[in-house]
Design a protein around this ligand. Structure first.
Ligand code: RUQ
Ligand code: CUA
Ligand code: CA
Length: 643
């Protein structure tokens, strides 16, 4: 989604304007997407704003026209006092920074950053041998584009084991171990470029799915370069334990976002490029695109029966419309026509509906999952299509039957009643119960425990792409704005609680109750590959130009005061933090050798380098650990070779 705006535009607060035409003109100037929405939809948007304005005067409902974006938070206990802990973890994707960020909710304090696809010196990630190999063996790229963090579940409840994220840039999925809050596996999906959605099959995280957005030839080895009809897009299933690909499903069109049903059978994806086109104007030509509904057990049967072609080591099952596997009574992929270019799709907490957001259409489509087996015409499974506002992108849930949809163009979050949407006419806005302005242009939003069968319905984070006037200016690259909204009071309506500036660029978040996560505070050496180096196990071993330095580290020294090697030696240093007290982290930094390896208590890491620069190098601890932190240093002497 790109947006252009004139620098003197300022924020366009559409809900405060009474002149509908004016607000549309301002918005269409800012957003080329806007200009493409048919005029009738502009009128509908105007009408919708009017209708909600009227509703705002009803007793007990805070109208949007009263909102100025700085709602009083008197009634909401949002403060987490110094020394108090948050109730929730929020895992935010880091977009093209290649990392994941951990926030506390409701404080919105940033607690930790977890590097995934990019090196990060403070965590030593990409600097020790193991994490360097992880990055190298998964393609050797220096960055990734993380959009969608999903926490593993057992029985449709977050189980705190793993967090999975995608790399849209290089077609990868990664796994973060939530005991240690660190990346422990990355898989490069062989037949997929532009892995967008990252989701798991529920209720028990049987597979992780990479959702292939970019259509490319398969294999993408130089064939069919300019032959777009030969390009393909696949859904890739990965085993969460081994992180190995299990199967791919070839689809018509492409895939964008996705979500799982709750009972292990259905998996849903959106497709905005049913045109199978390569330009933006062609991709928006058709009036309809699809929601794809994958019947996972039927796909597993096809794999079992050998109904696949193996490409790049992965069984690829043909799920295109013309496939014989889609011919009979139980197709493996259902293609449900929905209005042009849908974006997000999520399944309601009770597993009844898959709700796809319209993006170019002002509605969401509510698909009754049980009807997929019953209807002849799949569009008959669409049982509701509420009019919500302009640019609906993503939808999440509370515990009271409401859905919350982000409106990119209207810069709002709209709250609506799911059953009321089913009961009302398609295109009516009767289901809307509340709207709130956000600042500005929300992509994703998320609510506490939203992907589970049991959302909490108290907090919502709106992840806004633009922040215009919300923060002190910091030059032409603006922070994004992650806003915290309290949704726990249906009478008062949604209340904006906090603005949180963010580094580019979170897309999505998963908000998990702290009871569902059990992080370790020191390492269990049994969980690590390397054997620890204890107090009596230091040593320097030398064999054929290879030097192995074994040393521990603790307050305030390393296991060797001096390490002497020869120019050209290949040196491996194994270092164990032998502290048993929590929170005492050390690092091994070696100047001019580009090394900074972190070790937390009971952690062992290894780093290998060629000692190609003769001289004296002060190996030191870069992690502030104690009063004698500065003194925690030893010499690496690299003796010049004699000619
Ligand atoms: S998708 S908001 Cu990955 Cu909506 Cu970005
Ligand atoms: Cu150890 Cu600073
Ligand atoms: Ca399209």
């Amino acid at each position: 989604m790109t947006q252009t705006h004139d620098s003197d535009d300022g924020p366009t607060d559409t809900t405060h304007s009474t002149d509908v035409d004016l607000e549309i003109d301002a918005a269409s100037e800012r957003d080329p997407l806007f200009a493409r929405i048919p005029r009738r939809d502009f009128m509908k948007a105007g009408m919708a704003a009017g209708a909600v304005g009227a509703m705002g005067s009803l007793a007990g409902c805070t109208g949007i026209l009263d909102r100025d974006g700085s709602v009083s938070i008197d009634d909401v206990d949002t403060d987490v006092a110094p020394g108090d802990l948050d109730e929730y973890y929020a895992f935010l994707s880091g977009g093209h920074s290649g990392e994941v960020r951990v926030y506390g909710v409701p404080s919105m304090r940033q607690l930790m950053r977890i590097p995934v696809f990019s090196k990060e010196s403070a965590r030593g990630y990409g600097y020790d041998d193991e994490t360097r190999e992880l990055l190298e063996e998964s393609g050797g790229y220096t960055w990734g584009d993380v959009h969608h963090p999903r926490v593993s579940q057992t029985d449709n409840e977050y189980d705190g084991r793993w967090l999975f994220v995608n790399d849209k840039a290089n077609g990868r999925l990664a796994r973060i171990d939530l005991t240690y809050f660190e990346t422990d596996a990355i898989v490069d999906l062989p037949n997929q470029q532009g892995t967008h959605g990252a989701c798991a099959l529920m209720p028990d995280t049987k597979y992780i799915f990479g959702v292939g957005e970019f259509r490319v030839p398969m294999p993408n080895d130089g064939r069919d370069l300019d032959d777009p009809e030969e390009y393909t897009s696949v859904l890739s299933a990965v085993d969460p334990e081994t992180m190995n690909p299990v199967f791919d499903v070839l689809v018509d069109g492409n895939m964008d976002n996705a979500d799982s049903g709750k009972d292990g059978r259905w998996f849903f994806g959106t497709c905005y490029n049913s045109e199978e086109a390569v330009t933006e104007s062609e991709m928006t030509r058709s009036d309809t695109d699809y929601v794809q509904a994958f019947d996972i057990p039927a796909i597993e049967d096809a794999v079992e029966n050998g109904d696949y072609e193996e490409i790049d080591g992965v069984p690829v099952v043909d799920g295109t419309k013309d496939s014989s596997l889609n011919g009979g009574d139980s197709p493996i992929v259902h293609y449900i026509d929905v209005p042009s270019n849908p974006h997000g799709v999520t399944v309601t907490p009770d597993g009844s509906y898959a709700i796809a957001s319209g993006k170019l259409d002002n509605t969401c489509s509510v698909i009754d999952i049980a009807r997929l087996d019953e209807v002849d015409d799949l569009t008959d499974a669409i049982v509701g299509q509420p009019e919500l506002g302009m640019g609906p992108l993503h939808t999440r849930y509370d515990d009271r039957g409401h859905a919350y949809t982000s409106l990119f163009i209207d810069s709002q979050v709209v709250k609506w009643d799911i059953e009321r949407a089913v009961d009302s006419e398609p295109g009516s806005d009767e289901a809307v119960v509340d709207r709130i302005d956000v600042h500005y242009s929300p992509g994703h939003l998320n609510t506490s425990q939203s992907y589970t069968a049991d959302p909490r319905g108290d907090w919502l984070i709106s992840l806004n792409k633009h922040s215009m006037d919300r923060f002190l200016p910091v030059g032409p690259t603006f922070p994004v704005n992650d806003q915290l909204i309290y949704i726990g009071d249906d009478e008062e309506g949604m209340q904006l609680v906090k603005d949180t500036p963010g580094h580019p660029e979170p897309h999505d978040a998963t908000i998990v109750h702290r009871d569902n996560i059990e992080p370790a505070s020191i390492y269990d050496p049994d969980d690590l590959e390397l054997d620890p180096i204890g107090l009596d196990e230091t040593g320097i071993e030398r064999e054929d130009g290879r030097v192995h330095v074994k040393m521990y580290n603790q307050r305030n020294h390393f296991g060797h005061d001096t390490v002497t090697v020869e120019e050209g030696d290949e040196v491996t240093i194994t270092t164990t933090n032998i502290e048993s007290a929590e929170n005492i982290v050390h690092s091994l930094a070696i100047p001019q050798y580009d090394i900074n390896v972190k070790t937390a208590p009971q952690e062992t890491r290894e780093v290998t380098f060629t000692a190609d620069k003769p001289g004296v190098y002060w190996m030191y601890c870069a992690y502030f650990c104690s009063a004698l932190h500065l003194e925690m240093r030893s010499r690496l002497l690299v003796e010049p070779t004699e000619d």
